[in-house]
Ligand binder design. Sequence first.
Ligand SMILES: [Zn+2]
Length: 278
Amino acid sequence: MRETEDPSRRDFLAAGLAGASAGILSGRQSAPAAENTATAVKVRYDELLPHEFRKRLTERPIAYLPLGTLEWHGEHLPLGSDAMQSEGLMVACARRFGGIVMPPIHLGPDRARPAGDGKILVGMDYAETTTPPRQLDGSCYWVPAGFHLLMVDAILAQLKRAGFRAVFADGHGPSRSSWVENLPERQVRFGLKLFGVTREVAKQWRSQMDHAARNETSLMMHLRPDLVDLSQLPSSRSTWPQGVGGADPRDATAAYGKECFEASVELVRQMFAAAGLL
Ligand SMILES: [Zn+2]
């Protein structure tokens, strides 16, 4: 910025920067309720020093890959809900069973079709509960399925190179499907033991089982209650919330979210134990 610039603009920018730093700090302070950041063991890949990385990798060479996107999750949930839930679950797993959590992938595939006016409708834009079908506010970071496959392939190759022997990935419905569909082939190609919410696991899995409805809303109330605002939902039960699929999110509770969360963490433990990793 030049010195000759209007001082009021300078003040405005300075205030913005101060606000941004405060946001970063408050973000830290409002970390997932399920973890106590003051005493919690560091498990996020990007936060580890090399000696911490070596120790965790040697103890349990498991990587966790949280999948997500930026997508409309009703008026009451944040746009990054998917990766927040998958990462929250994986951080808990890593603290309990060992391993290292990768930075979440916020890019995700989804179904898509032309809207007829030169635009594209993606995912929940044309769900049954989106009336009329339209581009929902805030949905972003959609990528074609092939691009997502290549991106995950590249990550797996690097995880193998870094010394990991197993990878658990999950989150955002279409990313979850893509992951489990290609799991056997990738397992052979990369020489890694791969885990996900397969059809078999899904019978008991209880995390991210709907779209912004009771399950996801409850999980978010457990993990990040500071980011959930149920008052944004229609107060009349006769009005169904737009772009929400599943049981009524107005029945969500943090206690139910915790129950679903813990049940899924336990399933991860069972998967690892059955594979001889624990
Ligand atoms: Zn979701």
